[in-house]
Structure formats: structure tokens, C-alpha cells
Design a protein around this ligand. Structure first.
Ligand SMILES: NC(=O)c1ccc[n+]([C@@H]2O[C@H](COP(=O)([O-])OP(=O)(O)OC[C@H]3O[C@@H](n4cnc5c(N)ncnc54)[C@H](OP(=O)(O)O)[C@@H]3O)[C@@H](O)[C@H]2O)c1
Length: 318
């Protein structure tokens, strides 16, 4: 982390008052690379890599998680609501629900795959046993973690990992492929960079990136592999979220918008409404899509309505 929380907050206030932050420019002319228009009602769209993405994206870490109590029918309702709200971006990972989230998204977007821009992640150890053996997924995953397997893309399975996500998602290409919170040293691994670049050349993935909550890792991935996409926490408590300008050269997928205060003493600073927090994240330069990790259709609709009015610089001021 670059700054202590308090220092970054003071800096943030000074920056937001004295030096107006450039807001992301309005959507540019469609690139010839791989354009995809946002479908549905009018929602603000921004350019992430070669794609037009809705400012609100659906995060799916709770969609199929063990213990979340969510069923495929709930997932269908959420995706339907996202579609109705004009959102076209879905963020998932092979680990979410031990691959169930990817499979459900694959099924639920099979009728209109081109309408969606899907980001998925890989690298964290996961286990995907079939049918009645699924109950063993969690203990086996724990056992792998205890054996020190923290980032599985260091095995020989890398390319097959992309193939499996493609099959589960029922897509011909993954629009945004992300390494799942890799240790900082991974960005020095030329072999992993080569695999990502090969997968892109082969048309299996379009964009790739390194999510991290450490700005130095995001910058190192850019230097090493030229990746511009990243996913990171953006809220009034996060260092990266406050590093105004530092993220502006990246295409940022913002998560943990609703993060709890870092310390109870700071709770008084966090009385903002969900809409306020969503708009704050959307105003941070570099942010192209703001994820909502809600599992409630009603909250999803409220969160989409937060963007009824255009986001402006004033949304940065807390
Ligand atoms: N790259 C990574 O390693 C990484 C890490 C974490 C997350 N992610 C991604 O980011 C996504 C977002 O995750 P997050 O945990 O940061 O989600 P979040 O959107 O910041 O927080 C979700 C929480 O906020 C509540 N909430 C959302 N909208 C609300 C509303 N309008 N009113 C009241 N409560 C509301 C939800 O409750 P309800 O369900 O009741 O609405 C839930 O408890 C994940 O799904 C995942 O796709 C990625």
C-alpha cells in the first residue's frame, strides 16, 4: 500500500478541491478491434479495452457461493434484472461457487452471448468435483491452500484453465481474462505473460489484466505485459480509490464499492448511501465499470438508478 489511510484521505480532499480531476472521456468512436454496443435502455457506457461497457456491472462472487443460499433461479432473476437495466458487463471467476457461477452465466447468456462482455478470473486454487462429490470441494480446496498452493496458474494447467472457462461460459472468446489476485512476483514471470499473449493471439481471450489492490503490482503488470485492464477496490477507504490520477491510465473494473470502514473509528465517515458510493467510484479517473456484488434484484435496480444522472466531478467529494 502506498499511503497510510489517513494521509491518503487528506491528500484526496486536497486533490479534489484544488486540482479538478479529469473525468473519463465520453465513449469514443467504436474501435475496429472488437466493438460491442451496450444493449437495452440508455445507460452510460465507457470504453474498456475494445468494448463498450455499461458503467454498472454485475459482480457474481455471491451468486453461487456455498452457504449463500442462492439458486440458479435467483441467478436468472439477477441477470434478467441486469439485462432490463441495460447493464452488459458481468464479472465472475472460476472459483465462484466452485465453477458454478461460470456455468450458470454460460447457460443464462447462451441465447444472447454477444450482448454481454464477460470478465473471468483464474489462478486461485479451486476444485470442481461432479455431482454428489461436490461436498468435498471445500475441504479439498482448503487442503490445497494448506499445502501452499496459493496461485494455481503456476502449474502446467494454464492453457487448459482458459479452455475450461470458455466451455463453462459457453463463449467463443473471453472478453476480459484476469489473473485472480496473483502474488506480486507473478508479473515477473515471462512464461505466464507469454501464455496470456498466446491466448490472445489465438482469439481465446480479448483483453487480459492483473487485478490487485496494490498499485505497484498493477503498474508492474502494465510494464511487463502491457496489460491495461485491472480490477481493484475503489471506495473512499481504499488507497487505490484515493490515488486520483494514478489509475487514470488503466481500464479499471472497480470492486468493493460498499466496503466497510477500515476501522470502527472511521465509521462516522461512512454514512453515504449505496448510490453515493457507486457514483464516487464511477467518478475516479480510469474507472470504466463499477461492480455491484448485490444478490438482490431490488438493490440491483436501485444501484442502476444511481446512474440515471451523469457522473460528474462533484461525485468525488465526500
Ligand atoms: N478481483 C477480485 O479478487 C475480487 C474481489 C472481491 C470482489 N470481486 C468482484 O467484485 C464484485 C463486487 O463484490 P463486493 O463484495 O465488493 O460487492 P459490493 O457491491 O461492494 O458489496 C455488496 C454488499 O453490498 C450490499 N448492497 C449492494 N447494493 C445495495 C443496496 N442498494 N442497498 C443495500 N445494500 C446493498 C449487498 O447486499 P445485498 O446482497 O443484500 O444487496 C452486499 O452485502 C464481486 O461480486 C466480484 O465479482 C473481485
Amino acid at each position: 500500500m502506498l499511503w497510510k489511510w489517513r494521509a491518503s484521505r487528506i491528500r484526496f480532499r486536497v486533490l479534489s478541491k484544488e486540482r479538478p480531476c479529469p473525468l473519463p472521456s465520453p465513449p469514443s468512436a467504436p474501435s475496429t478491434r472488437h466493438s460491442r454496443r451496450v444493449a437495452g435502455p440508455e445507460v452510460e457506457s465507457r470504453r474498456l479495452g475494445g468494448f463498450d461497457v455499461s458503467i454498472l456491472g454485475l459482480g457474481t462472487s455471491r451468486l453461487a457461493s456455498m452457504g449463500s443460499g442462492r439458486s440458479k433461479r435467483d441467478a436468472e432473476a439477477l441477470l434478467g434484472a441486469a439485462r432490463d437495466c441495460g447493464a452488459n458487463f458481468i464479472d465472475t471467476a472460476d472459483t465462484y461457487g466452485f465453477t458454478a457461477a461460470e456455468r450458470w452465466i454460460g447457460e443464462l447468456t447462451a441465447s444472447d452471448p454477444d450482448r454481454w462482455v464477460v470478465a473471468t478470473k483464474t489462478g486461485l486454487p479451486t476444485v470442481d468435483l461432479p455431482g454428489p462429490f461436490r461436498v468435498a470441494n471445500q475441504p479439498l480446496k482448503k487442503a490445497r491452500q494448506l499445502r501452499g498452493q496459493t496461485f494455481a496458474l503456476e502449474t502446467k494447467q494454464r492453457r487448459r484453465t482458459i479452455d475450461r472457462s470458455l466451455r463453462r461460459l459457453r463463449r467463443e472468446r473471453i472478453e476480459v481474462f484476469l489473473l485472480h489476485l496473483p502474488p506480486a512476483r507473478v508479473v515477473n514471470d515471462d512464461e505466464i505473460g507469454g501464455i496470456l499473449q498466446d491466448a490472445r493471439s489465438a482469439g481465446m481471450i480479448a483483453e487480459f489484466g492483473v487485478p490487485s489492490n496494490d498499485l505497484a503490482t498493477i503498474q508492474a503488470a502494465h510494464r511487463a505485459w502491457g496489460s491495461v485492464c485491472t480490477e481493484t477496490q475503489v471506495n473512499a477507504n481504499s488507497d487505490a480509490g484515493n490515488a486520483l490520477g494514478a489509475l487514470s491510465s488503466f481500464d479499471v473494473i472497480a470492486n468493493h464499492i460498499m466496503a466497510a470502514p477500515a476501522r470502527p473509528a472511521d465509521a462516522a465517515d461512512h454514512r453515504e448511501s449505496p448510490a453515493r458510493m457507486l457514483r464516487f467510484a464511477a467518478a475516479v479517473p480510469g474507472v470504466k465499470v463499477v461492480l455491484t456484488g448485490t444478490s438482490s434484484v431490488e438493490h440491483l435496480r436501485q444501484n442502476a438508478a444511481a446512474f440515471d444522472d451523469p457522473v460528474t466531478e462533484s461525485d468525488l467529494i465526500t
